[in-house]
Ligand binder design. Structure first.
Ligand SMILES: [Zn+2]
Length: 428
């Protein structure tokens, strides 16, 4: 059973308005951490439109807390929902499509040209593409709609995948990955997994690891009139930030970059993401907590990296008078994500590259990503080859984030061919 590219192309065009409407509804849901439910309801509706069996799967802490890759949290995790859509299929190879529903905060909203959840569609005359603006439009609701678009196209043409297809809308991708981990632990497995992260129609061959931690510095509060008797925790935090910047500089030196990441500009990034210190303008700040994100290369032991970070913080404290006797505390909460690789020569890698090539006339670019995604769980701990393949987006995590609808349509077309080649097709 084969469908021609022309048929796919026409059916995808006919479904374009559906895709724009569905993505608008999805983007209008402000699914930041702790507020994912509204988006999960839309995901469940989208899956059921495809006549899939829809399952709401609760995260149970006991099922995942001792599993590799689990990210400890100090926010509410237990009871959050992942949504799964299942197409049973037949004897063909099985496939997981995974997308995360959570988005990062759009703050400061005042920097946006239009409100971040408005889902505004704009045709750009300069690049000739149609874009949807919105927090999460690119990262990664546009990707999720792209694969659903493909499943609709096949269905509109009278076909269904001959293998089992599991669609997953997960939470917690932007902070721990515990959503994806939970579904794998519940037994959702397949012969391959695709995550349509917004990486510009490339195929991910490697990604770095990511660690989250906070450093808590205590000072001594006092009225500013006697400021010299107080110790300002905000100012005492500075040498620690500096020491970690030095570590970052060191690991990015050419001689310290493994071959896998040669040619990638500054692969390991430190981010000073949050700082909370002091609580009165006329009181010397008594406490300061700085939130960091740090990277690691694939194959690097996270324990090792954590130890290095601890050592550097300790060393910085030892050469600072107050910190020497009042050592800062490191709290590890959030991402404990190892780096990973995907074999582009594997069966699924070859099938995907070939599907891309049929449509685009050339091999897809191979991405060595400087961020993490949920593909690590599939590849590292469950022996399921997984990669990212998703649309072009701009300014993800930034102001005026947008996704190209035309790129989504290109992903849709390639996904139709990929599903046909990987799962096979049956007449409906
Ligand atoms: Zn993402």
């Amino acid at each position: 059973m084969t469908v021609s590219r022309e048929e796919i192309s026409q059916a995808a065009q006919a479904r374009r308005d559906w895709a724009i409407e569905s993505l608008s509804e999805f983007v209008r849901q402000p699914t930041v951490l702790g507020n994912e439910e509204c988006g999960q309801r839309v995901a469940a509706k989208l899956f059921s439109e495809l006549d899939m069996e829809v399952k709401i799967e609760k995260i149970v802490l006991d099922e995942i807390k001792d599993k590799p890759g689990f990210g400890p949290t100090d926010w509410q995790l237990e009871g959050k929902h992942n949504v799964v859509g299942i197409h049973e299929g037949g004897n063909g190879r099985s496939l997981i499509f995974n997308g995360h529903v959570d988005v990062v905060s759009p703050e400061p909203i005042k920097l946006w040209t239009n409100p971040p959840y408005e889902a505004r569609v704009v045709e750009d005359e300069q690049d000739g593409e149609t874009w949807m603006y919105g927090r999460g439009a690119g990262d990664m609701k546009g990707g999720t709609i792209s694969y659903l678009w493909a499943l609709h196209v096949l269905r509109d043409l009278g076909y269904a995948p001959a293998g089992k297809v599991i669609c997953q809308s997960v939470v917690e991708e932007e902070c721990t990955g515990n959503g994806a981990l939970s579904l794998l632990e519940k037994g959702y497995r397949a012969d391959a997994a695709i995550i349509p992260e917004p990486f510009n129609e490339s195929i991910t061959s490697a990604q770095v690891g990511v660690l989250w931690f906070r450093v808590r510095v205590l000072g001594m509060t006092t009225h500013v009139l006697g400021a010299s008797r107080g110790v300002n925790a905000i100012e005492k935090s500075w040498p620690i930030i500096q020491a970690l910047r030095d570590l970052e500089e060191e690991v990015n030196r050419p001689e310290n970059i493994p071959k896998l990441y040669h040619g990638v500009d500054h692969p390991i990034n430190l981010n000073v993401g949050t700082i909370n210190g002091g609580d009165w303008q006329s009181t010397v700040a008594g406490e300061c907590v700085t939130g960091f994100r740090f990277g690691a290369f694939p194959g690097e032991s996270l324990n090792q990296v954590m130890q290095t970070i601890e050592t550097r913080v300790k060393q910085a404290a030892q050469s600072a008078p107050w910190l020497k006797d009042n050592p800062p505390e490191i709290e590890w909460a959030g991402f404990r994500a190892e780096g990973c690789t995907f074999d582009v020569e594997s069966e699924v890698g070859k099938t995907l590259r070939n599907a891309h090539k049929q449509w685009r006339g050339a091999e897809p670019e191979q991405l060595r990503c400087t961020a993490t995604t949920d593909i690590r769980f599939f590849n590292l701990y469950y022996d399921i080859p997984a990669t990212c393949y998703g649309p072009k987006a701009r300014r993800i995590h930034g102001v005026d984030e947008k996704v190209s609808i035309d790129s989504m349509q290109r992903i849709t077309e390639v996904m139709c061919s990929f599903i046909q080649d990987w799962c096979g097709l049956n007449k409906r």
